[in-house]
Each structure stands twice: as C-alpha cells, then as structure tokens.
Design a binder for this molecule. Structure first.
Ligand code: PXL
Length: 278
C-alpha cells in the first residue's frame, strides 16, 4: 500500500491527538490509536477521557477522568506542541462531551476533527451513557470534520436500520444533517454484503469505499484504527475522501494481520508494517 510520507530523522513529525479511553488489554482505545499513529509516522498526543478495566473477554468497568484534567490535557498540548488533526473515541458521559466540545471551540478551530462515536465495546459493554447520545448529536457533531459510526451506532444516533444501499444513504443524510462536514456510515457489520461497504457523504455527493470483509474473529480496535488513520491522513492535508480511502486500506491490512490474544477477541495489528519490508 502507499503510506504517508515520513519525517526525516531529527525532524519534528506532524502531531495528531487522540481524545479517548484507555483499554487495559491494549487492543482498542488510546493504545490502538497510538500504535497506528506511530506506524504511520506521526507523533501521537493523548487526552485520556476514561480508564477501562478490560481484557479480551470484555469491559468490566471504567473510571472517568475529571473534567478539568481532560480539558487540561487538550489545552496543554494544543498551546505548546500544536496538532494538525485529532480524533475522539470513548467519551463516557454527557459532561465529558460538553467539556471536550467547549475546549475544542477554544483550541481546535481549523484543525480537522474525526469523531468516532463509540457507544459500546464489541461485546456490547456500554462505553457511553445513553443520556450522552444527545450531547454527541448536538454538541460534538457540529464541530466534526467527519463522524464515523458503525451500524449499531447509526441505529442509536439517527434511528435508521441499515440493511442495504438505500438505508445506508438515508443514514448518511440524517447524520450529515446533525452538523458534521462529512459523515461516514461504516458497513463492516452489514451482514447482507460479502464486502465491507463504507459510504461517505458531504451533503451533496456520495463516495463509496469497498473492501473485502476479512473475518479473522480478531478485530478489536478496528473502528479506532480507521478513525486514527483518517486523522493522520487529514493531518497531512489529504481531502476527506482520500483520507478515508487511505484509512480503509490501512485498517483492512491491520485486520488481515490480526492475532489471537487471551481467551476472547484479539486486536487488529498495525505492527504488520514492521515486517512489511517497507
Ligand atoms: O473499539 C471501541 C473502543 C474504544 N475505546 C475503548 C474501548 C473500545 C472497545 O472496547 O475499550 C477504551
């Protein structure tokens, strides 16, 4: 695959921030984001929103980080290091979303923001309080360059059951109406298709991205990885369709190279690039 250009040794790379939760099992969340950032040659910065207690079998619980510490992490980084893109993942609560939205309005204008509206783990364990859905819709989505829900998140956010191309388009329209510049409806969970068709919409044009569905049984962190890679490509100045195309290729390779871990689901594997001969 064609990668993003790397900084020269000693040169400061582009910086991308993840605003997301920690996964003690190391498969998803900020751990997944930082692996993709590193493997794509950007310097990753972090605002931790919550610390989950989890392993390959599921999420046992989580602790939310105090609001001033979340806002402080974002401001400390933007005011000193500077970032060229950011992504959000697990945000846990309505208060956390409100804090991030307020902080981003001060610190983030002009910086591309990818909002991955994480609601639950792949095991169905909640990662966002149901009362926070409205804050996502009304406070964070209008600030987003791109939102990247999967089909379960689409159902919760805009009440559309995506079963085919027409309903995927309806979902994209409803998501876009909530205010993001672009909406990506990920089709990875669309069981009626043998592929993984993603649909991108900017209010006027639809862009389709197809990739073969790779069923390894180990795809923990796939959504995080797609959003993280998209943010990296946006940091490099790519258009949203080009950034999504790049990220889709990246996550497909990460899924193809996933490995078993523990007794449950293993993670997608960005480290495949180390043995890629690149
Ligand atoms: O993959 C979504 C996700 C994001 N962030 C954290 C998670 C998960 C899934 O389990 O644990 C912290």
């Amino acid at each position: 695959m064609n990668y993003l250009p790397l900084a020269q040794p000693g040169q400061t790379p582009l910086r991308v921030m993840t605003i997301a939760g920690s996964d003690s099992g190391g498969g998803a969340g900020i751990q997944a984001d930082m692996r993709t950032f590193a493997m794509l040659g950007v310097h990753g910065c972090v605002a931790v929103t919550a610390v989950t207690v989890q392993n390959s079998m599921g999420v046992k619980g989580f602790h939310e980080i105090p609001l001033d510490i979340i806002a402080g992490q974002i401001s400390a980084v933007t005011q000193d290091i500077g970032i060229q893109a950011a992504k959000t993942g697990m945000l846990a609560s309505s208060d956390i979303i409100g804090t991030i939205a307020e902080t981003w309005q001060n610190e983030g204008p002009g910086v591309p923001l990818v909002v991955d509206p994480v609601c639950a783990s792949m095991h169905g364990d909640p990662l966002l309080h149901p009362s926070a859905l409205d804050s996502l819709r009304t406070q964070l989505f209008p600030l987003a360059t791109l939102v990247t829900p999967n089909l379960d998140e689409v159902r919760l956010l805009v009440d559309v059951e995506v079963v085919d191309d027409a309903t995927q388009r309806e979902a994209a329209r409803k998501l876009h109406a909530l205010g993001p510049a672009w909406a990506l409806v990920k089709g990875g969970h669309l069981r009626s298709s043998k592929d993984s068709p993603d649909l991108l919409y900017d209010g006027s044009d639809f862009f389709e991205f197809d990739a073969p569905r790779v069923d390894t049984g180990h795809d923990h962190g796939a959504g995080d990885t797609l959003a993280a890679a998209t943010a990296c490509a946006l940091a490099h100045g790519h258009s949203v369709p080009d950034a999504v195309a790049f990220a889709k290729t990246w996550v497909t390779e990460c899924i193809r190279n996933a490995y078993p871990l523990g007794h449950g689901h293993g993670p997608v594997n960005p480290l495949f690039r180390l043995s890629d001969g690149d």
